[in-house]
Design a protein around this ligand. Sequence first.
Ligand code: PA5
Length: 447
Amino acid sequence: MSLKFNSKYSESIVSPSDIEAIAPKAVKAMDTLMSKTGEGNDFLGWIDLPTNYDKEEFDRIKKSAEYIKKNADVLIVIGIGGSYLGARAVIEAVKSYNYNLLAKDTPQIYFIGNSISPSSLNEIVSLCDGKDVCVNVISKSGTTTEPAIAFRVFRELINSRYSKEEAAKRIFCTTDANKGTLKELADKEGYETFVVPDDVGGRFSVLTAVGLLPIAVAGIDIDELMLGARNAQNELCDTDIEKNAALKYAAVRNCFYNKGKKMECFVSYEPNMTMFNEWLKQLFGESEGKDGKGLFPVSCVFSTDLHSLGQYIQESGADKMFETVVKFNNCLNDYVIDEQEGNIDGLNFLAGEKMSVVNDKARLGTLLAHTEGGVGNLIIEADKLGAEEIGYLIYFFEKACAISGYILGVNPFNQPGVESYKKNMFALLGKPGYESEKEKLEKQLDL
Ligand code: PA5
């Protein structure tokens, strides 16, 4: 399978000659990436993942997923950022954002440890009442505060419900291969462990055990997901910008940025893509937003948000943003609109029409309205919302993001800004070693 990228509805803002002008820089950025000579080149393990993954571990993931499906009503997935968003994005995209409400033969999957909200934590604990539970804790560093707090609670819950031996079989740790608190604990307690490879950063890790175990538990075919990613790996290599969708997309979004459009709005017409948009926001925001540079990623699900943010985009978006629309050409579960006697709602002109057609007309109408309003639209087309297509899209966006970051002149693989809030939070909580900082911050806050 392949994917189509179309920038023709943006030509009044980013012209073919703009793209031609930036093309050499984009090709150079891709060469820097593929020759592994750029900044952050120790985090490029994701490039070969679709072909060069640990096959023994992949089989263990499938076996563990089967074990969890057989022995648990609920899987608790603990993680934050790149250790959370990818799995949830894929499960909701391929299954449904109503996954937990569906009639199914796979466990409920609850995500926790992605905030420090006690109400959310308590809610998930109570949802486990009377249920058989397994836990997959995911943290590359093994020390991130949010998942560490949640893991304390759920480890305790498992330990209090099951024998020591049974408890050990119900906890699965995805972490560093050799080091970290979580790895030490897993080895000591005999938990099954999976690896976040050293050379794969959190937001590029969905195709490792980080994403694959929860995705497999949800009943999604992880071979298909990897196949899609592998197709993308093989297809998105051309140095001709017209023949490489990832290269062209990376170039065009930089053209928008250089023309002062500092926001990219990821748009889908499928609510099931809501969390995929969140994954995209992390991927691009954390990779490019540094050194005072980078597009600010936002997202919308249309037509829902046409009744809220659509107003802003139409009338105030032109000088600051563009839209990247991910479109699926075939609907897997369509609905045909009925004729109704009396035509009271006046909708009989749609009788016999597929709802997917109505959705697409809304998309086309919006495309015309927003581009006339001065907001450029980039269109990414995939065949359908399936595991293979999502695997392809994941790799497409990862590669485009890395190239785009190099065009922009940043290291797309670090996240130094994430540390600032942590330092302050630890100081304010009185963590040993932060005493003088605590006093200073409390004065600043006037506490
Ligand atoms: O992309 C990233 O590197 C981050 O979002 C991390 O995934 C996030 O901070 C969680 O880190 P860890 O897996 O070490 O708990």
